[in-house]
Each structure stands twice: as structure tokens, then as C-alpha cells.
Design a protein around this ligand. Structure first.
Ligand code: CA
Length: 387
């Protein structure tokens, strides 16, 4: 077991630290039902210890959803937040290694450049090599994939934009769909993920690549900040509590305990195996902000339904029952005009274009449904690690 652990860690770090690793084979897996999987590169501003702890919570889906073949994780890093409040944090390589360990995977991970793009055409070839590893990993993953690849952005779009500026033809050939969890649905406030790198967001929106845009924020500011507001086109919702976590698959529960307690245990993999330190379950009785669920549902073509017994679930389309009521959860074609600062407006169109925007109908019913459906989905997730 020890040798295997070391192999996985050293394999991951080797890939991270060296761009000369030409023998890497994509970590493909097939679903038990033999269904075609969705090749995915997940870009996320996941940190260790967590910044928005929601990123630590969300990336579980990239590993656990049976439709997804996670090929690489790009850790979106912005220098300002490595030092925020003097807490000190760095790219989330430790949570990625923990997830590789508990799901028995060898998904490579590498960082974005730490600094913002200087223009929409910046190729960032002069930043330290270490900080170019994520761009190279994204390009390499696309180059080596036989199928088109989906790419998510749950932080800035920097790595995607820089990769496009370096090899636009490769992205045009190999990108199936960019899923951008960025921006606000009206031009009233610059949303967090836009502010991380405005040039990157603008560059990607103007790239002509196929885009699914899931605005994080809403323009009505009914939540004070755009990012905490609700409308029919943004993805934000509040999970009223996380009291389901103690009932999760034990390694995933331990991963979340580690993240939410900002643990600095040095044996960060062994911490996934044992319950050495008691964890106060009352800590889960708190509201948790979520922006990402809509991305996973649309990517995997899952549907949000109310079942005949009144319960809400996120299910595969083939599991639909005639008595299920389907809640709106879709992508609508639009045209989009973006300003230099990343604020944008959009208009629905009848003909399909390269950009679609998320639509969820009544946001409060969406939130009510997800409060039941997301915990049910997460409780289904199982790791490969013996409990
Ligand atoms: Ca994020």
C-alpha cells in the first residue's frame, strides 16, 4: 500500500513539476454500464487551505459523477489570494491528491499563471515555467484526446484564454464545450470570477469557441451582492445546512472534515482513512453557498425533477418516470456583448450560435429543489477506498 501511495503522489507531483513527462497516458475509465463518458478538464480556484470552501466541496462532483471522465485539474491561482488576511494558502494540490487517493485515480493537476493577463491576447510565455504548467497540461490533454473535451471554469478563465492564445486551432478542434461559471446576468457589478482576470473572461467570450455560460450573479442585487442574488439565469443557491455530511461515504466525509476544519495534518492521505480526531457534527449545521450545481446537471444531461411522492432529485434522463415533473434547467442560445471590464449583456436568439446561457425558471423553486436533491446526489457518491 505504501508503495502505491508514493507512486500516486510522486506521479502527480512529477507531472506537476515537470513538463517533460511525455509518457503520460490519460486516466480514462469507462462507466460500469459501458456508457460513453464525458472527457473533462476541470479548472477551479481550489486552494489549500480553502478560500471559498465551496470549491473544495464542488470538485467532488468531478470525481464522483459516473458520466465524467476527469482528465486533468487546473488549479486557478491568483497571487493576491495566496496572502489574503495573512492566512497563507496555495494551490489546492493537497485536496486533489486526497481525491485521487480516495477515488483511486491518477488525475494530473497543475497551476495557472498566478498573475492576471495583461491583455486579451496575452500568451504569458514570460511567466515562470512553474506557472505555465497548467496551460501546458490543458494543451497536452486536448492534443492527446481522441474525443472532444469539455472544460469547466469555476474560477477565472485565465488558463483557457492563454491556451487559446497559444494554440487557437487546437482548441477549435478539440473543445466540445466550455462551461463558464463566471459573471453576472446583467451589467451591474463585476463578479468575483470576472475580477480574478477580466481580460481572460473577455478573451474567452470573444474566442468563438462553443460556450455554456452559467452566470454566478444576478443583476437585480436582491441578495445585496450580485453573487448572492437570484434570477432565472444565474446558478446561485443556498444550501440551508450540510447536516447530511456525516452520512456520506466515510472517505468523502473525511475529505470534507479535513477541508472545512482547515486541517494542516501532514499525513493528509492517512487522514482520509481513519477517524483519529473526533469532528464536531454541529459544524455542519450551517448555510453553504453554491454556484456550480447547474454546470454539472447540464454537462451530464441530468434532470432536476419532482417525483410523484413530492421529493426532488437530480437524475439521469434515462431514469425519468412518466410521473416526474421536470423543473427548468437548460441552456438557451443567445448573443452576447461584453465590455472590456467583463460586464456583459445578452439576448436570446432562435438560431443556435456558439454561446448559450443557463436558464432555471423560478430560482426559488430551483433552490428549494436543490436543497433536497443535491444532498441526495452526494449521498450516492462512493469512493474506491476501503472504508
Ligand atoms: Ca470557485
Amino acid at each position: 500500500m505504501v508503495d502505491r501511495i508514493h507512486l500516486i503522489i510522486y506521479g502527480g507531483l512529477f507531472f506537476l513539476l515537470s513538463m517533460q513527462c511525455h509518457n503520460y497516458k490519460p486516466d480514462t475509465h469507462v462507466s460500469e454500464s459501458g456508457k460513453k463518458l464525458i472527457p473533462l478538464v476541470n479548472t477551479t480556484d481550489l486552494y489549500y487551505p480553502g478560500q471559498d470552501i465551496g470549491d473544495n466541496f464542488d470538485i467532488i462532483a468531478a470525481y464522483a459523477l459516473e458520466e465524467v471522465d476527469l482528465r486533468a485539474v487546473i488549479l486557478d491561482v491568483t497571487e493576491d489570494y495566496r496572502l489574503e488576511n495573512g492566512l497563507g494558502r496555495d494551490m489546492g494540490i493537497i485536496p486533489v491528491m486526497q481525491l485521487n487517493y480516495i477515488f483511486d485515480r491518477t488525475v494530473p493537476a497543475a497551476p495557472s499563471p498566478f498573475t492576471r493577463m495583461r491583455s486579451t491576447t496575452d500568451r504569458m510565455e514570460d511567466v515562470p515555467l512553474f506557472q505555465q504548467a497548467g496551460v501546458e497540461l490543458l494543451l497536452k490533454t486536448l492534443r492527446e484526446s481522441k474525443e472532444k473535451v469539455d472544460i469547466t471554469a469555476f474560477g477565472s478563465a485565465r488558463t483557457i484564454a492563454v491556451a487559446f492564445n497559444r494554440e487557437p486551432e487546437l482548441l477549435r478542434e478539440k473543445v466540445n464545450l466550455l462551461h463558464l461559471s463566471i459573471g453576472a446576468s446583467a451589467p451591474v457589478q463585476i463578479e468575483w470570477n470576472v475580477a480574478l482576470d477580466p481580460h481572460a473572461f473577455v478573451a474567452v467570450l470573444q474566442s468563438g469557441l462553443p460556450i455554456a455560460l452559467y452566470p454566478c450573479g444576478a443583476g437585480n442585487l436582491d441578495g445585496g451582492l450580485a453573487a448572492f442574488s437570484y434570477d432565472a439565469n444565474n446558478g446561485y443557491w443556498e444550501l440551508s445546512n450540510m447536516n447530511f455530511v456525516p452520512d456520506m461515504d466515510p472517505p468523502i466525509r473525511r475529505y470534507l472534515e479535513f477541508a472545512f476544519s482547515r486541517s494542516t495534518r501532514s499525513d493528509f492521505l492517512r487522514a482520509m482513512e481513519t477517524d483519529d480526531a473526533p469532528f464536531d457534527s454541529n459544524r455542519w449545521n450551517r448555510m453553504h453557498r453554491v454556484w456550480e450545481t447547474c454546470v454539472w446537471m447540464c454537462m451530464t444531461d441530468r434532470v432536476l425533477v419532482q417525483r410523484n411522492d413530492g421529493s426532488y432529485r437530480i437524475i439521469s434522463r434515462h431514469a425519468l418516470q412518466p410521473t416526474d415533473r421536470i423543473l427548468p434547467n437548460e441552456l438557451r442560445p443567445c448573443t452576447l456583448e461584453v465590455q472590456e471590464n467583463g460586464l456583459f449583456t445578452y439576448q436570446y436568439i432562435d438560431q443556435p450560435g456558439n454561446i448559450r446561457i443557463y436558464y432555471r425558471g423560478d430560482p426559488k423553486e430551483n433552490e428549494k429543489a436543490l436543497n433536497e436533491a443535491l444532498p441526495a446526489l452526494y449521498l450516492e457518491f462512493k469512493t474506491q477506498l476501503l472504508n
